[in-house]
Design a protein around this ligand. Structure first.
Ligand code: SF4
Length: 338
């Protein structure tokens, strides 16, 4: 919708390690994602933005907009109040109302209506982006020697902050080159792993996994597979189609459905991708993940997948400990240094 309105959508996923000023505004239990994102704004790293939309994924996000508006206001600021219980019969109607409200606000800000043709053009562009990223993801899980897990997730994250037209052009070229190479550089001996969590951070964990012979072949991160797994239909009303996608995305800790279907999704994905183990990355103080994390760990272990839970932080702290634990885990499941 932002793209259709002529704006440049830029996904903020943390970014600053200088947290001192943000610490003065946030409670000790706020997660490091919110903290480092706010810190980045306070140090001027987001001054190119006209506006900010914060989705309601947890209480921290719900309150962050008001705080941000007081200490570092932008011309356009809005909450995106997503339905939390996505399988309720009222969720669709509620979400459509919310999407309409956001659309009207953007129209007022840009001074012109957002036409359906504009929305459909943008939906097609984003679908194309996700389709190519899924291809890249599949190539990586089939042929881990082609490029590293860190490279894969760097490209996915770049797609959240670069103009999508440019990303798609670069992806097209890269995919053609990689597809030509795939038979030659398929590499054996890597141990396929599943990762799970709210956000993939820090990326150094991917280096440690590869250092000890692993490859990430499946995940459910917001800045990973969850970002690319589903497209938006172009056969129906654009707002209805956007709502439909949101309500049918893969399970996430932030959007509740009774009986935590996420653990079944994760074990199913681990089986499908023939994972030899799972690393659950738990962003410290991520409130929704606190509720899911233990269930997910136990479900993986009950299905016979060795699994560990590692605490992570935006800001690069605790890396040494993460490396040691990943090393021990990889040795336990039969990996080791490459
Ligand atoms: S969902 Fe988790 S990671 Fe995201 S803002 Fe809330 S607490 Fe932080």
């Amino acid at each position: 919708m932002l793209h259709a309105a002529g704006f440049f959508p830029y996904g903020i996923v943390g970014g600053s390690t200088n947290l001192e000023e943000a610490n003065a505004h946030l409670q000790a239990w706020a997660c490091s994602h919110s903290r480092s994102s706010l810190a980045r704004a306070l140090e001027g790293g987001l001054d190119f933005l006209d506006g900010l939309i914060i989705p309601h994924t947890c209480d921290t996000m719900r309150m962050l907009l008001d705080l941000w508006a007081q200490i570092h206001p932008l011309p356009y600021m809005e909450n995106f109040r997503l339905p939390r219980q996505v399988n309720r019969s009222s969720a669709r109607r509620y979400l459509l109302g919310e999407l309409t409200r956001i659309k009207e606000g953007l129209e007022e800000y840009r001074g012109a209506p957002i036409k359906n043709e504009e929305l459909i053009r943008s939906i097609e562009l984003y679908n194309q982006n996700r389709k190519m990223l899924r291809k890249l993801n599949n190539l990586h899980s089939r042929y881990p020697g082609l490029f590293s897990s860190r490279q894969l997730y760097t490209v996915i994250n770049a797609s959240m902050i670069m103009p999508r037209e440019e990303v798609n052009r670069l992806l097209q070229v890269s995919l053609e080159q990689l597809e030509e190479k795939e038979n030659k550089e398929a590499k054996n001996g890597h141990m396929p792993l599943l990762m799970s969590g709210t956000l993939l951070e820090p990326f150094e964990v991917l280096d440690y996994i590869e250092e000890f012979g692993g490859t990430v072949v499946a995940d459910d991160f917001q800045n990973g597979y969850r970002y690319i797994e589903a497209d938006v239909s172009t056969a129906e009303d654009p707002l209805e189609a956007l709502a439909e996608r949101q309500l049918n995305r893969i399970p996430s800790a932030a959007f509740d459905v009774e009986y935590n279907p996420r653990r079944h999704f994760l074990t199913g994905m681990a089986k499908e991708k023939k994972a030899t183990g799972a690393i659950l990355l738990h962003l410290t103080f991520c409130e929704p993940e606190n509720f899911d994390g233990y269930d997910n760990l136990k479900a993986m272990q009950a299905e016979g997948f060795p699994a560990i839970r590692i605490e992570s932080q935006f800001g690069g702290t605790g890396l040494g400990q993460a490396r040691t634990r990943i090393h021990a885990f990889m040795e336990m499941i039969g990996g080791g240094s490459r």
